[in-house]
Design a protein around this ligand. Sequence first.
Ligand code: SF4
Length: 203
Amino acid sequence: MPAAVLQILTEQALARGASAAAVIAADDIVVDDELARRCGEPRCPHYGLSASCPPHVGGPPVFRSLQKRCAHALVVRIDLPTGVLLSEQMHEVSRFLYELVASLEREALAAGCAEAAGFAGGSCKQAFCSQYPSCRKTSLEGICRHPDSARGSMSGYGINVGALMKSCGWQHRITAGDQRAEREATSWLAGLVMIGGSDCANR
Ligand code: SF4
């Protein structure tokens, strides 16, 4: 059974709109240097566009160091029709995911988990700054426009999201080869909050 703070964070994630939320051991997160390298080659469309993506983040070494200081991670999943992934609506869904992860991180920090840190799939440029030509931080024009919500990209830190889903006991639910199933296929976005710190109530 998760400790009280983990239970509360899980309930909050679901109450705020996550399709699913699960607590796993921080050590169970698979971090792969090769995955982070692939952000640059072959190039992800978000590569280099925000301060939350490579090459502007510390990548796998920074995440592994955080992993050592944290006992748990709260993983959240947002289910959505596959068609949304390539639509304009994606900005809205992505923004929701970032704001959810950041709000859970704040709650964990308030509970004494000083190492709490949120990460999300996708790019904060897509979520918050798509109307601007560039990230304010990387272009050295000033501070981040959304410091309360922008968080690191999971891929940029080498987090293996497929393995993360498995650790949570979640399955991919896309069914190929059936037109109706394709139309109604469900895909997902995921985020996570690392939970740890010497005063963290779950320790
Ligand atoms: S300014 Fe925009 S693109 Fe840059 S880090 Fe902040 S939210 Fe992301």
